[in-house]
Design a protein around this ligand. Structure first.
Ligand SMILES: Nc1ncnc2c1ncn2[C@@H]1O[C@H](COP(=O)(O)OP(=O)(O)OP(=O)(O)O)[C@@H](O)[C@H]1O
Length: 237
């Protein structure tokens, strides 16, 4: 079954065409990296899937449902590119509030688990406005995961994180074996550790999609995968 599907999607902002006839399908349980140069349309794609934007034409489906349906919203966890938790609330209050809104059972237990998991326990009583950018990012990740979503949409999830935390988060994602993950990133090594497939966008169009291991077929012997991806991205700019 497809957990995410875009069919001939066009999205414009005024006279800028951000996505121009984009189609792809992601099966439930797949892990896919969304790659593309700046302005390619990656964040726009994620916002359409989470229902924050509507396509001008074409269709976006989450398990066959409209992204704004209650059933779809329940199963999606979304980390925006510049996530901003409630600045005046503490770390714990943010987590408890979102967990309650999400209908999580045993809110306290679940919040404690994420405070531990993301090393946020020392900051649980601090207001978000006083946190470092990295700790805000950890909280934003916890907020995206608190309801154990089936589908994870992650926009540059490792931004601002120190190396030990990056490793912890990668293990956490990799332990979520049943989840469907679509992750936007500029870092090829991160794509390779979080996903086995890629969708490459450029100029609002899909220029390539397939298994990461198949990317090598487009390169010279020993050519770094980053260089192959860069060529594919530039083929349509
Ligand atoms: N709110 C907006 N208003 C007008 N234009 C927008 C808006 N958001 C995005 N765009 C434009 O749409 C295009 C796609 O932007 P988008 O943010 O989806 O790209 P991206 O691939 O996520 O880029 P980056 O890697 O730089 O974050 C760009 O040309 C961008 O300038």
């Amino acid at each position: 079954m497809n957990c995410i599907e875009l069919r001939n999607v066009v999205k414009r902002y005024g006279n800028v065409t951000a996505l121009n006839n984009v189609s792809f399908a992601i099966e439930c349980g797949e892990r896919v990296a969304l790659l593309g140069p700046n302005g390619a349309g990656k964040s726009t794609t994620l916002k359409l899937i989470v229902g924050l934007l509507k396509p001008d034409s074409g269709e976006v489906l989450v398990k066959g449902l409209e992204p704004i349906s209650i059933q779809a919203r329940r199963i999606i966890g979304y980390l925006p590119e510049d996530a901003s938790p409630y600045l005046m609330l503490t770390v714990r209050e943010n987590l408890e509030y979102i967990a309650s809104l999400r209908g999580v059972d045993n809110v306290k237990e679940r919040v404690n688990k994420f405070l531990e998991l993301l090393a946020l326990k020392p900051y649980e009583r601090n207001r978000v406005m006083s946190l470092s950018r990295g700790n805000r990012q950890k909280l934003s990740l916890a907020l995206a995961l608190i309801h154990d979503p089936e589908i994870l949409l992650l926009d540059e999830p490792l931004n601002y994180l120190d190396i030990p935390t990056q490793e912890r988060i990668i293990s956490l994602f990799n332990s979520m074996t049943n989840a469907t993950i679509l992750v936007s990133t500029h870092i090829m090594s991160i794509a390779g550790r979080l996903a086995n497939k890629v969708i490459i966008l450029s100029g609002g169009q899909v220029v390539w999609q397939g298994n990461i291991s198949d990317l090598r077929k487009f390169g010279e012997e020993n050519e770094p995968v980053e260089s192959i991806v860069a060529r594919l991205m530039e083929s349509v700019r």
